[in-house]
Design a protein around this ligand. Sequence first.
Ligand code: CAA
Length: 301
Amino acid sequence: MASVIRKIILEKKVAAAVCSASFRFYSSSGVANVDTQKSKLTQREFVLTDKIGAKKNVGLITLNRPKALNALCDGLMKDLSDAIDEFENDDEIATLMITGKGRAFAAGADIKEMQNRTFAEVYGGNFLSHWLRVSQCKKPVLAAVNGYALGGGCELAMMCDIIYASETAKFGQPEIILGTIPGAGGTQRLTRAAGKSKSMEICLTGNQFSAEEAERIGLVSKVLPPDQLIPETLKVAEKIGENSKLIVAMAKEAVNKAYELTLQEGLHFERRVFHSTFATKDRIEGMSAFVEKRPPKFQDE
Ligand code: CAA
């Protein structure tokens, strides 16, 4: 418990230092905020980016390597990380959405790229460690899984905060068939979502499973007709975007702690973060708006 309190105090000091350096609370990389009124989104080889929704406050990232079923080659993962950095540092963006172009969300790590790699190369280079960027994003990230989400593709979806899937989506961790095992969270995040027996079955057989099954086992929160996938995911992204970005980041951090801490530590952390909301202008505004029977106007402060 003492270590949790020390961590909270340390995190508050870091947040204060970040604020005093005039960067935004949720700006992760220390890069000065992008002035999106003037700047255009960066063009990239393997991902497309766009600002969508009525307020253009949802950052859409489309994995764009359809001929290879969006296999997650190093270049694509670098582009994805850079796109997340760009949206995270953009004050106009409240939430991020990731989807895939063509018939796949992503069919996994690039097998052709991995085929001749040696143990020394993957261990020495800490292969896959750079995939963490998605799970480190402070803004909510929604996966709109449009087709195959296999191996690293399923793992990428599981790094996101909310997964919506098309009825045609197929999930799986087929690494065992390639003589390897999931390396970007498959054995860990899937087990936390679906439990031991299901996760063992999926990881040890390599069998694919449907979107309906993914929803049944708790991996996916909604299954939609293909033409409704993007509009419905956007709807929830926009709904989240109506709230204070600051408080949303705090809520996301608290939910994620449920994966890391014991129940007592988690409850303690949650209560402390809840207490912290009382130091924000947005908590005062939210409660005042309710009492005054008007919609809240959040300032992300
Ligand atoms: N890596 C590299 N290329 C891939 C790929 C991958 N993971 N998945 C598909 N492709 C390529 C295919 O090689 C093919 O390219 P060519 O036209 O140049 O031959 C193209 O995408 C289309 O694929 P298919 O012809 O195979 O399409 P299909 O409809 O017959 O089958 C599929 C679709 C079932 C998804 C099949 O492509 C497949 O099984 N893909 C591999 C899935 C997989 O094993 N993923 C796990 C990778 S390992 C991993 O991800 C490790 C980790 O934990 C990070």
